[in-house]
Ligand binder design. Structure first.
Ligand SMILES: [Zn+2]
Length: 250
């Protein structure tokens, strides 16, 4: 059985441990740097996998499917945090993109992610503020997901599961979100994947280790380039941004 109260508490505790307050919308990606030894890999993982978490006493690695929407990648990162911190078994998880038809552990990780992105009390307050007793319209759902930075589908699931939205509206509101969001004046970033040139990238601990090897002069410059290229960091090897004058400091 899934203990929602326990998962909401765990989500709040982890937010606080990573330096966020318990209730405000969180910049999930910025928290990566608060986790010692964590490497993040963005990679097109196909149509069925949302993310992968590998963990044991030596390795902490999260891979995210970069062809999913930005909002879903944020959600999946929070889902993988559950495996990293609260899943008792070490080893790895390969996580399914579909929200329904999952085992209990995966549903638990989804529920945790939902609370991590939109804490129970915060969502309740936001729903009250936005629609105050009225039935939620698509524009309200969009306002909520834009506020918390949650994927459209994840927000619909959450609203239905907490009784804010009728299951019948789930299907009606599932389509046409990008044009509706644009017409309401929002950016469509939440609903789109990373640009193709950013769909394969590695960040975090692995890069720090390569920098250490270079600083201590432990391997040849050619080997350093090879390690960086293995991590899809052509931008570091070839200094792409500097070459095209893409840097803006302001
Ligand atoms: Zn999972």
């Amino acid at each position: 059985m899934i203990d929602k109260l326990d998962l909401n508490t765990k989500a709040q505790e982890l937010r606080e441990m990573l330096g966020e307050d318990a209730n405000s919308p969180a910049d999930v990606f910025s928290l990566i740097n608060q986790i010692d030894g964590l490497t993040i890999v963005f990679y097109p993982l196909g149509d069925h996998i949302s993310g992968i978490c590998v963990r044991d006493h030596e390795v902490k690695l999260i891979a995210l499917n970069s062809t999913m929407s930005y909002g879903r990648q944020r959600f999946t990162l929070a889902h993988e945090f559950y495996h990293l911190y609260f899943d008792k078994a070490s080893g790895y998880n390969v996580c399914c993109k579909k929200f329904d038809s999952k085992g209990e552990d995966e549903r638990r990780a989804d529920q945790f992610a939902s609370y991590f992105i939109a804490p129970y009390k915060s969502l309740r307050a936001a729903v009250k503020r936005i629609c105050d007793q009225k039935e939620l319209q698509l524009r309200d759902v969009i306002e909520l997901e834009q506020y918390f930075g949650m994927s459209h589908l994840a927000m619909l699931w959450r609203l239905v599961s907490e009784g804010y939205l009728a299951k019948a509206d789930f299907d009606i509101y599932s389509n046409g979100v990008i044009s509706a969001a644009r017409n309401l004046g929002y950016s469509d970033k939440l609903y789109k994947p990373a640009p193709v040139e950013l769909q394969k990238k590695t960040y975090g601990y692995y890069l720090k280790q390569v920098v250490e090897l270079r600083r201590k002069d432990l391997v040849s410059p050619g080997k350093i380039d090879e390690l960086l290229l293995d991590a899809f960091r052509d931008d570091i090897v070839f200094g792409e941004d500097e070459e095209v004058g893409g840097e803006v400091i302001d």
